[in-house]
Design a binder for this molecule. Structure first.
Ligand SMILES: [Zn+2]
Length: 322
């Protein structure tokens, strides 16, 4: 099961006790995932189509609680290869759609407007209770949302039919300190979150606590992996530096032995030059310990740098003569 599906299944199990929150969640579901069917003799109806059985059950039971009547559920089996089953929950006008829409602050003016969905007016978001804001975001995600597998990337989005709806979801998310953005994709308006922190907060706000823990685990593992990689890269870089320095020292010492002669070096430099050539894999610390009296790492480094300079100066001198 995808992470998205498991989040939705968990959200469908979130208990909802207040009437206000039921209204709010259903309002989001209708606004984002609902289709308003125009009158066909029986008056208007609203239908919500989903492939998620748990979500269909939740819409059914919330609508039943609110209207005290059973909504109609149509089950549509997929054809041949497409085995997906769709569930269509229909809330018809006989169940009091108009009253419901009035109650949640949605007004339908369908008199002579075929695009009834566009006429769903704004909910009074600023005056909503915090519990209802959570419920609205939960409904919005259930009806039009998806979230990426956190192993891959951090992305959560809710698809809206209108810019207005996208902005509403946006402003509710902001009420919880999230940083949503909006992008237009074909005829849809997507409200999305990109930060891992925001995704965790969204799961918390909407009540998907098991998914939240799962995501936090992935984040911790990812972070640890990054830290380990950073450490390994750092060590490798240091090792490269050491190896490069060692190669340079040996080249310069060979140059001195060939063109200047070890005999011309002071005793301290000659000793370290000979040791460096003989023990190529030894660290500076080890080289220092071979000396009598022993010398610290920085002392060894100092002498090797002096040898570098001697070789370099001799090269430049010879270069000038040519
Ligand atoms: Zn509420």
């Amino acid at each position: 099961m995808s992470f998205s599906s498991s989040v939705k299944n968990e959200l469908c199990r979130v208990e909802i006790n207040n009437n206000c929150c039921m209204y709010s969640e259903l309002a989001a579901v209708i606004r984002i995932g609902g289709v308003v069917n125009l009158p066909d003799g029986e008056g208007i109806s609203i239908s919500i189509t989903t492939e998620n059985a748990a979500f269909a059950r939740r819409v059914f039971s919330i609508a039943k609680s609110i209207f005290n009547v059973y909504p109609q559920v149509i089950i549509r089996k997929g054809k041949k290869l497409k085995k997906h089953t769709s569930y269509i929950v229909v809330i018809s006008s006989s169940l009091g759609v108009h009253e419901f829409l009035d109650n949640i602050g949605l007004n339908l003016q369908i008199a002579n407007n075929p695009k009834a969905n566009d006429k769903l007016c704004k909910l009074d978001f600023p005056r909503m209770d915090i519990c209802c804001k959570r419920a609205y975001l939960r409904g919005a995600f259930l009806a039009g949302g998806s979230i990426s597998d956190p192993e891959k990337t951090y992305h959560l989005e809710i698809t809206n039919h209108s810019m207005e709806s996208a902005l509403e979801v946006c402003s509710l998310m902001k009420d919880f300190g999230l940083n949503p953005k909006i992008i237009k994709r074909k005829s849809s308006f997507i409200t999305y979150l990109k930060e891992g922190e925001d995704l965790v907060d969204f799961l918390n706000v909407t009540g998907a606590h098991a998914a939240l823990l799962e995501m936090e685990n992935v984040r911790i593992i990812k972070e640890m992996r990054n830290n380990v990689n950073r450490l390994v890269n750092c060590e490798t870089a240091n090792l490269d530096k050491t190896v490069n320095a060692s190669v340079r020292h040996i080249e310069n010492i060979k140059y001195i032995s060939e063109y200047i002669g070890f005999g011309k070096l002071p005793k301290g430099l000659r000793e370290i030059a000979e040791l460096r050539l003989k023990y190529r894999d030894a660290s500076l610390k080890e080289l220092g310990e071979m000396l009598d009296p022993p010398l610290g790492k920085s002392g060894v480094n100092h002498r090797l740098r002096k040898l570098d300079r001697i070789a370099q100066q001799d090269r430049e001198l010879k270069g000038e003569k040519k």
